[in-house]
Design a protein around this ligand. Structure first.
Ligand code: ADP
Ligand code: ZN
Length: 571
């Protein structure tokens, strides 16, 4: 579809210039639009800021009938509608906020045919030659609830379809369909009905983040054919996830909140004096703690706001506005500050603790630098965050798998960060020519300050200990386990029994307490230990070990024949 000799090619060019003053396509835009205008189902995976909207807004001008856009958030919809109106394109919004009169006006306009012969069932080879007057309705934005809950709207949509007026269905932020993703919305799950009711209307699904399993589950939910080359397959278009202007770093988080505030103030004032940024926190409470802490530690020089889902809508809007125009420099937020935040000149996004998945992290950090200028994406990490996050996410489907992808990223001190994203999202991503990026922490420090230790002996002792604890049905928290491993604490007696039986040694004390967490995280990520959770009043988290057959450290083989356990410490 990378061609310019379709019957609509001239119109594409002309309308892009007229309405958006766009004269050059970005990566994959032309292909997507050609495929869409050829009435194919398409899946578009493009990084935030890559120019997804144009991919359906421009075809909407060329195809007669209306393009129905499902979008998850009111603020997103308003934003899009505003821009379309500015470009003098007929747009309507049907949301919970739409007045009765407006609702009726839009519903009527959806049916007000100029040419009912083309559209969903009609010829695809006859685009309009003339620019439509701006008053003609082209795009209708709805929240997913309209589809899943409003019978009236769906009845109307069936009429629009029957009249040949439903040109295209667009599912924006389509990763919300998948429970495997990080933004799952139950109402998105019901969007499969669209293909059932409107089998002839092509569908376009768009997102900035989706790994292969997420893509598959989105296609499934929407009742779209698998990706492939056959004539009814869904066509996949992905532009590289690589965004050259984003500089990724993982830094170790200081011990206390107070130190962290000082660290952040120093970082922001030296590197991002007066620039806009976001700090992502794990909990609502933390957003307030950090907003206040940073404000105070900077003696009021860094203006901050806290933002999370419990904040009232009016206040949310106000915070957003102040941040956008620079009155507030920094928003400390949960991921509720997310979808729909597309302010172009965000210079830094700092996570003070891990996101719940690498996809989430990519999406959240990707809110930086949408204007293409350099921006920093920093993760402040401590090994002990891992178990906290696991506990939080264990009840979610794929929760642990997602968390492990994030921990792996945080612990990797060698691989280019962009390479890591590419590896994770790999199956469908393409261009690797700009990786390694040469700018991220791992590219710059390439193994510097990293100490690699082979900890076979220690790991064997730990695995044997865990195995014994499991045998006697003793469930332990991470701290207790580490104590026993070091021969102290309440479990020291049982630990001694294990040592005597297997002739292992007490594990020497390490100068950095976090090292123990790092070792255990390594063992979990590599399948030697498995996290097991049980919920009681006191301990919520216990570690048990994989069965002896899968764990070589439980065998009687000599140490030298066991696989190496090279754990990297540092930075
Ligand atoms: P996304 O939805 O992928 O995050 P948008 O569709 O909001 O990104 O586009 C981001 C910005 O890029 C918008 O301001 C848009 O007008 C602009 N844009 C899109 N395509 C082009 C293009 N081909 N040339 C120049 N600017 C473009
Ligand atoms: Zn790199």
């Amino acid at each position: 579809y990378n061609r310019e000799d379709f019957s609509w090619s001239e119109d594409l060019k002309r309308l892009a210039k007229v309405h958006w003053n766009i004269t050059q396509w970005r990566e994959k835009q032309l292909q997507v639009m050609n495929a869409a205008l050829d009435r194919r189902d398409v899946f578009v995976l493009m990084p935030t800021g890559g120019g997804k909207s144009l991919c359906y807004q421009l075809p909407a001008l060329i195809t007669s009938g209306i393009t129905l856009v499902v979008s998850p958030l009111l603020s997103l919809i308003r934003d899009q509608a505003f821009h379309l109106e500015e470009a003098s394109i007929g747009v309507g919004m049907l949301t919970s906020n739409t007045s009765k009169e407006e609702n009726k006006r839009i519903m009527d306009a959806m049916l007000a045919t100029k040419t009912s012969s083309s559209g969903s069932g009609g010829s695809k080879r006859q685009p309009k030659a003339e620019l439509e007057p701006p008053s003609e309705l082209r795009l209708v934005y709805v929240t997913p609830e309209k589809i899943s809950k409003s019978k009236r709207f769906m009845n109307h949509l069936e009429k629009v379809y029957a009249a040949g007026r439903l040109a295209r269905i667009v599912v924006d932020e389509c990763h919300c369909c998948s429970q495997l993703g990080h933004d799952f919305r139950p109402d998105y799950k019901k969007l499969g009905i669209l293909r059932v009711l409107f089998p002839k209307t092509p569908i376009m699904a768009l997102t900035a983040t989706a790994s292969s399993p997420v893509i598959e589950s989105v296609l499934n939910t929407l009742n779209l054919a698998p990706i492939g080359k056959s004539t009814n397959a869904t066509l996949m278009f992905d532009s590289p996830l690589f965004r050259a202007n984003l500089v990724y770093k993982v830094l170790s988080r200081p011990n206390t909140n107070e130190e962290t505030f000082r660290f952040l103030v120093n970082y922001i004032q030296t590197k991002h004096h007066r620039s806009n940024g976001i700090i992502y926190c794990l909990s609502k409470k933390d957003t307030h703690v950090f907003a206040e802490g940073i404000y105070k530690a900077s003696q009021g020089q860094i203006t901050t706001s806290a933002y999370h889902s419990d904040i009232l809508d009016d206040e949310k809007n106000y915070i957003h506005e102040c941040w956008r125009d620079g009155r507030t420099q920094l928003v400390c937020a949960t991921i509720a500050f997310g979808l729909g935040i597309n302010h172009p000149n965000v210079r830094f996004v700092i996570h003070v603790c891990m996101a719940k998945s690498l996809e989430g992290y990519y999406q959240e950090s990707g809110r930086a630098g949408r204007d293409g200028l350099p921006a920093d994406c920093v993760l402040l990490y401590r090994d002990q965050d891992a178990s906290r996050l696991s506990t939080l996410c264990v009840t979610e489907p794929e929760g642990l798998t997602n968390v492990y992808s994030m921990i792996k990223y945080a612990q990797d001190v060698r691989t280019c960060r962009h390479q890591q994203f590419d590896n994770h999202f790999s199956k469908h991503s393409s261009s690797k020519k700009q990786i390694p990026c040469g700018m991220c922490d791992n590219c710059l420090l390439a193994g510097k300050d990293v100490v690699t230790e082979d900890l076979k002996t220690e790991v064997r002792a730990l695995c044997l200990l865990v195995n014994k604890l499991q045998e006697v049905n003793e469930r332990v928290t991470l701290n207790k386990l580490v104590e026993a491993w070091r021969g102290v604490g309440s479990l020291r007696v049982i630990a001694k029994v294990v040592r005597d039986e297997y002739e292992t040694e007490v594990v020497p004390k390490r100068p950095n307490k976090d090292d123990y967490d790092r070792i255990i995280n390594y063992l979990i990520l590599n399948g030697y230990l498995r996290e097991d959770f049980h919920f009681t009043a006191y301990s919520t988290l216990a570690y048990i070990i994989n069965g002896p057959r899968s764990n070589p450290f439980l065998s009687k083989r000599p140490l030298s024949s066991l696989p190496p356990v090279n754990i990297e410490f540092g930075r």
